[in-house]
Design a protein around this ligand. Structure first.
Ligand code: PLP
Length: 393
């Protein structure tokens, strides 16, 4: 009998991938499925970025690179952070990793152990909780509330800190809610953290380029008082429609950088070389491709929110960032996951049940509006028909 270590009983996963697989299987059987489940841009990676990746392969970039990433990419990341946030970041603090997820994996491994507590947003990206549980640390959910516009509350977050808290994870703009936390709230959080110098902060800013209605994304990198304990997570997946390339990066405080480098050496060695050169082209090249994509998401955001608010017993606040809507379905009488399953099986619409993002996600669905206006309209029309025809399950 093989004996896998018990921590694997505690590791979770991301149900969006299971829904993607199920939607694909149904489509393969000939069913017409509209997929608003998975969170990835429906755009192709911009051509100049693809060309840079191809050129790197043609130019012979076929070998290992430094585990921390090629210098031109680490320099490009530093320049990008300066351009977007006005912050000075040394390329020596930047680590190149295969996707946004890898930074959270490393950070949680560094601070999670039995007896430790790690605070994370709920509803939030499911891998936070999964990895915290895997390390044996106690996952402490910070409720993210609709009444607060799905921003996190500094006061509530600070109230959950104990002497066992080692790491605080924040995410704005947020998955799955589209919530953007305003500057005043982040100011209050940073101020409150002054009393807890032993707590590290992981700021997941992977949707930082996607905000709407003039709402600004405030990077935690702009607070010098926490830079010595801040891990800033970012990457190319969402901003440049590069989910399949596997390219992320993070900024680490000096004392943690070498630990992260060693994790890289012990696991993936380096991000594949051509992807890194594509990343240089993405960050140093024209940024109008990002603006065009965000403008398209903005239009679809209106379609999806207006459409959802027109459905029986559903209400949806307007998300200020990312490309997700998180409608409240409590008044339909359906449990969220049962409704998500019924919508896929019976109406051919893939969405994700809120509880897949944590216990505070009950009563909500997540819809990704990274899909065409036409598909969004079809999905809403099918949901309308389904909800009008079906009593709660
Ligand atoms: N962080 C958040 C909040 C996300 O929503 C995602 C992807 O959905 C990631 C990180 C991971 O991104 P990547 O695909 O680059 O690993």
């Amino acid at each position: 009998m093989l004996r896998v270590v018990p921590s694997f009983d505690r590791i979770g996963e991301e149900n969006a991938f299971a829904v993607l697989a199920r939607a694909g299987a149904l489509a393969a059987q000939g069913r017409d499925i509209v997929n608003l489940g998975i969170g990835q841009p429906d755009f192709a990676t911009p051509a100049h970025i693809v060309e840079a990746g191809i050129k790197a392969l043609r130019d012979g970039h076929h070998g290992y690179t430094p585990a921390i990433g090629i210098p031109p990419l680490r320099e490009a990341v530093a320049r990008d952070l300066h351009r977007r946030h006005g912050v000075e970041v040394s390329p020596d603090a930047v680590m190149i990793v295969p996707g946004g997820k890898v930074t959270m994996f490393m950070a949680i491994l560094m601070f999670g152990e039995p007896g430790a507590e790690i605070l994370y947003p709920d509803p939030g990206f499911p891998i936070y909780r999964s990895m915290i549980a895997f390390t044996g640390a106690t996952p402490v959910p910070v409720p993210i509330r609709e009444a607060n516009g799905f921003a996190f509350s500094a006061e509530e977050t600070l109230s959950l800190i104990t002497e066992r808290t080692r790491l605080l994870i924040v995410n704005s703009p947020a998955n799955p809610t589209g919530g953007v936390t305003p500057k005043a709230e982040i100011d209050a959080l940073v101020q409150g953290l002054a009393a807890h110098p032993g707590i590290a902060v992981l700021s997941d800013e992977i949707y930082g380029s996607m905000t709407y209605d003039g709402e600004a994304h405030v990077s935690l990198l702009t607070y010098p008082e926490i830079r010595d304990r801040l891990i800033a997570l970012d990457g190319a997946s969402k901003t440049y429609a590069m989910t399949g390339w596997r390219l992320g990066w993070s900024v680490w405080p000096k004392p943690l950088y070498d630990a992260a480098r060693k994790l890289a050496v012990n696991s993936f060695s380096c991000v594949n070389a051509s992807t890194q050169w594509a990343g240089v082209a993405a960050l140093d090249g024209p940024q109008d491709c990002v603006a065009t994509m965000v403008a398209a998401f903005d239009q679809r955001r209106t379609l999806v929110v207006d459409g959802l608010n027109g459905l029986p017993n559903i209400s949806c606040i307007t998300p200020k960032g990312a490309f997700y809507a998180f409608p409240n379905i409590a008044r339909t009488g359906w449990k969220a996951k049962a409704l998500a399953t019924a919508l896929l099986d019976e109406a051919g619409v893939a969405v994700i049940g809120g509880p897949d993002f944590g216990v505070h996600g009950e009563g909500y669905l997540r819809l990704s509006y990274a899909n065409s206006a036409e598909n969004i309209a079809r999905a809403l029309e099918r949901m309308n028909r389904f909800l009008s025809d079906h009593a709660p399950g």
